[in-house]
Design a protein around this ligand. Sequence first.
Ligand code: HEM
Length: 487
Amino acid sequence: MESLLSVLAYASFFFLVLAVFRRICRVPARVIPQPIIEISDAAVTRRALVEYADAFSNRPMSMFRIPIVKGHRRRRSDNIISVPYGPLWRTLRCNLAAETIHPTRYASYVPLRRAAIDDIVASVQSAASKGRAVVVRDGLYAAVFSMIARMCFGEGLVDEADVRVMQCEFREFILAAVESTSTCESKLLGYWRRRQRDPIALRRRLAELFLPLIEEARRQSSRFCDGHARSYVDSLIRLRVPDEDDDNDEHLRRALTEDEMVSLVLEFLGAGTETVVACVEWTLAHLVTRPEIQNKLRREAIINIKYDGDNKYPSESEDEEREILHRGMAPYLHAVVLESLRMHPPTPFVMRDIRAEGGVVRQTAMPAGGLRVHFVLGDIGRDPKTWTDPDEFRPERFLAGGEGEAVGPLPGPKEIKMMPFGAGRRYCPGMALGMLNVKCLLAALVREFEWTEGNCGVDLTELDGFFKAMKKPLRARVTPHTCMQQM
Ligand code: HEM
């Protein structure tokens, strides 16, 4: 009898702890597994994301919804990617688009981009001068991360040492997040890896790095009354967002929580760095094996893109950057980047979470726990119904007279032929900035160096994860170009 009582006591204690844990972490009492369907057909994708936009405007919940910054446990920690479609999403997205990545801000980022280009060129030069094969990814990552971190926090707020520490922790965090969602390995290996790199612990460490910087930005922001946010974090500090779903009452607007700030900063660093690095690396991987494309690109980079007096990088004028961004000034560069994005979209799929009111979307019954849909971007870009020889790297298809002449980075209203930046209401707001960064880095790298395979070999296998990077980092032989050689 006594042992029965003690078992009952233990059981009640266990359920009490579980209930408290669920309440604190807001874990739903019963998690219904969500079926996932994958869609690779462009016409079906367009119907879903454009015609049925109301049902296809939410993503699955963030894996980091549980707030972890002390003192704010009961608040959510959504960012733009994870927040449900509605007033809060609209406010966060408008803030990013208008305050930080709007083309009118590009001129102020020119010195940052220039510094990033200097860094990557110096790092490639140093490896090449030792006669070694160059592994471009690490230097590229460091240069792009540094640029994006300064856009995020403001130039004066973070120094070189801060950026380096942040970058190391951030990379660990991304690897941990990828490992924790990987489905390709055994359960035991997955468990062991998760023990090695715990994404929640790493996220907490990143929060500890970010929050003092955000606090410092808050202190400094009171001294600047010119009405312009100087960095993304400045804009987040000033932002007032609708509480929950009520957008109508201005008085109900609130400041962002620390958790939300951390989530938004992580999103900005990840979206701005991982995608650009992956795209530049994939493009170089093709250029290494296709000298004729590389030479054509180099010629255009030298002749068409105006450079500074020291004959180095694209001139500082905002107008010229805009021209590089669009087709006019550098059509071949534009075609090369589109071809790379068609074949290797850095984000493998676009995700949507379908939870229909009443369980029905356009007469189709949905499962009780909702449905997760993955639109596979790589398959859509390589659809043989749309593209001839889809597995061949052929930038010419995007030039005048080619089958992709009218195709841009975003799908047109009538059909989808590729969608590396997504489609529908949740398409990527950073498209223009991402394209600009990729183009400026590529133009500088082919202008400064000649890239060959040597005996390194190029392996085009893709890595499974949030971002579709090359599984084996690109190694290439690199020879500096002098201006005399180039002309
Ligand atoms: C080559 C560069 C980039 C690529 C290929 C890319 C790709 C994508 C894709 C595929 C999506 C999902 C779209 C959808 O669900 O329909 C997305 C969303 C997003 N991207 Fe990008 N991206 C890039 C650069 C950037 C940059 C530079 C930023 C900002 C600094 C950014 C911020 C975002 C945000 C905030 C979202 C979520 C939008 C929403 O839910 O409303 N991206 N991106």
